[in-house]
Design a protein around this ligand. Sequence first.
Ligand code: GLN
Length: 202
Amino acid sequence: VPTIGVLALQGDVREHARALEAAGARTLSVRRPEELERVDGLVLPGGESTTMWRLARSFELLDPLRKRIEAGLPAYGSCAGMIMLADRIRDGVAGQETVGGIDMTVRRNAFGRQVDSFEASVPLTGMGDTPYHAVFIRAPWVESVGDAVEILGRAESGPNAGRIVAVRQGRLMATSFHPELTGDFRVHHYFADLVRRTTEEE
Ligand code: GLN
C-alpha cells in the first residue's frame, strides 16, 4: 500500500486524507521536508494559494517540493493546489510563487468574478462513464496548456461551460474543483492508482 502525503500547511487536509483512505491509500500529513521524503505521492489541497505559498516558504518546503516533483513524485492539486502545481499564474498577489510542474497557465479566482461558488457536471477522461458532479469554490480555471498536458475534463454545464478544469501531465494532475467534498472519490482512486503504478515501476 503506497503512502500518499497531504500537504498540511493550510486548507482542507482531513477531507483529502479521508478520500484517499477510501481509495485504499495510507496517508501522512506533510509539513516538514522529512515527511515529504517518506511519501510515494502528494496531494496539495484546496485552501488559499497565497497563504499556502507563504507557509511553504517559511516551512522551507518550496525547494524540497520542487525537487521531489522534478524527480518524478506523483502529485495531485485541487483548486489552490492546482495553482501551486501551475508553471504560470495570472491574478496572483505580488511575488506569488508556485511549486510548478504542470506546463499550464491558471487564472486565480477566475470563476469568482461571476459567482463565488457553483456546481457543474464534468465528464472526466479515464474515470468512468458518468460525468462528475463537481463543486467549485473561488476556483481557478486553466487558461492555456502546453503540448505535454492532457486535458481530462471541461465544465459541461453552466455559464463556464467549455473551460478546462482537469488536467494531467505525466505523474502530475490537477482539478479546479473539490472532489474530496462530494463522496464520489473517482479522482482520488485515479490518483491512488497512478501512485501505485509508479511505485511498482520503481
Ligand atoms: N481562491 C483560492 C486561491 O486563490 C482557491 C480556492 C480554493 O482552493 N477553494 O488560492
